[in-house]
Ligand binder design. Structure first.
Ligand code: NAP
Length: 219
C-alpha cells in the first residue's frame, strides 16, 4: 500500500512508520522538523508540511491508499489552556484528502473522549480536571466532526489508554468498539506503542472498523 503518515516524528508515529516499512508498504512520513525522523529506506520519503494548510498536504496525499495520523499535543494542566489542536488539524487534513479523493483515514485518539458519569471516579474527578480534560474533549470533537460532517471519510478512531514504551507481550491486542475496555479482573489498562502501531497497520491492510471508534489495549 501507499501510505501517508502524519505525526511521523512522534513516539508512536515513528513506530507506525517502521511497522509499515517492515511490512513492505511505501510510506510518506509527514513531519514539521526533518531532524526528528532520520530513518532511511528506499520505501520511505520524509517530507515537511503544515498540517493546518490543506494545500501543503495535498501533494503528499495524492495517490495514497490511506492517511494515518499519529498527531498529538501536550496536556492542559487544570484545563488552563483551551485545546483546539485536533479540530483545527482534522479540517485541513480532510480537505486535502477530498481534493485528491483519498477516503481512508486511521487516526490516534484516546479512551474516554466522551463524558459518561459511569466512567471510573479517577477519570472523571482526577484525570480530566487535572490534566486531560481539554485533550479528551477536543479529541471527541474531532471524532464528532468526522461522524457528522464527513460521511465520505472512511475513518477509524484508534482510542488508546495510557501509552507505554515497553515491549509488546506478543499477545493479541484487545479491541472493542466504544470508549474503553472494562474488565472485572483488570483495574488498569495500558497499551504499548508497538501494539498501537501493529493495530493501525493491521486494520489499514484489512480495511476494517470503518467509521468506528475502537478502544484498544495491550493483551
Ligand atoms: N500519551 C498517552 O499516554 C496517550 C494516551 C492515549 C492517547 N494518546 C494520544 O496518542 C497520540 C500520539 O501520542 P504520542 O505519545 O505518540 O505523541 P507524541 O510523541 O507527542 O507525538 C505527537 C506528534 O504530533 C506532532 N505534532 C504536534 N503538534 C504539531 C503541529 N503543530 N504540527 C505538526 N505536527 C505536530 C509532533 O511533531 P514533533 O515531533 O515535531 O513535535 C509528533 O510527531 C496523541 O493523539 C495522544 O492524544 C496518548
Amino acid at each position: 500500500m501507499r501510505l501517508a503518515v502524519l505525526g511521523a516524528s512522534g513516539r508512536t508515529g515513528k513506530i507506525v512508520v517502521r511497522e509499515a516499512i517492515a511490512r513492505g508498504h511505501e510510506v510518506t512520513a509527514v513531519v514539521r522538523n526533518l531532524k526528528k525522523l532520520t530513518d532511511k529506506h528506499d520505501n520511505l520519503q520524509v517530507v515537511t508540511a503544515d498540517i493546518f494548510d490543506p494545500d501543503s498536504l495535498v501533494s503528499y496525499f495524492e495517490g495514497r491508499d490511506a492517511v494515518l495520523s499519529c498527531l498529538g499535543c501536550g496536556p492542559s494542566v487544570f484545563s488552563m489552556r483551551k485545546i483546539t489542536f485536533f479540530t483545527d488539524s482534522i479540517r485541513p487534513i480532510v480537505e486535502a484528502m477530498r481534493k485528491v479523493k483519498v477516503t481512508r483515514l486511521v487516526f490516534m485518539s484516546s479512551w474516554y473522549t466522551k463524558h459518561n458519569s459511569a466512567d471510573p471516579f479517577i477519570v472523571n474527578w482526577v484525570l480530566k480536571p487535572l490534566l486531560l480534560g481539554q485533550t479528551l474533549r477536543n479529541s471527541g470533537e474531532m471524532e464528532d466532526f468526522l461522524e457528522t460532517e464527513c460521511p465520505d471519510v472512511r475513518y477509524t478512531s484508534v482510542r488508546s489508554p495510557e501509552l507505554s514504551d515497553s515491549e509488546s507481550t506478543g499477545k493479541p491486542v484487545l479491541f472493542m468498539e466504544g470508549q474503553s475496555i472494562q474488565s472485572a479482573e483488570r483495574k488498569r489498562f495500558v497499551v504499548c506503542r508497538k501494539d498501537v502501531a501493529k493495530f493501525i497497520i493491521d486494520i489499514t491492510e484489512k480495511d476494517e472498523h470503518i467509521r468506528k471508534c475502537m478502544a484498544i489495549a495491550s493483551g
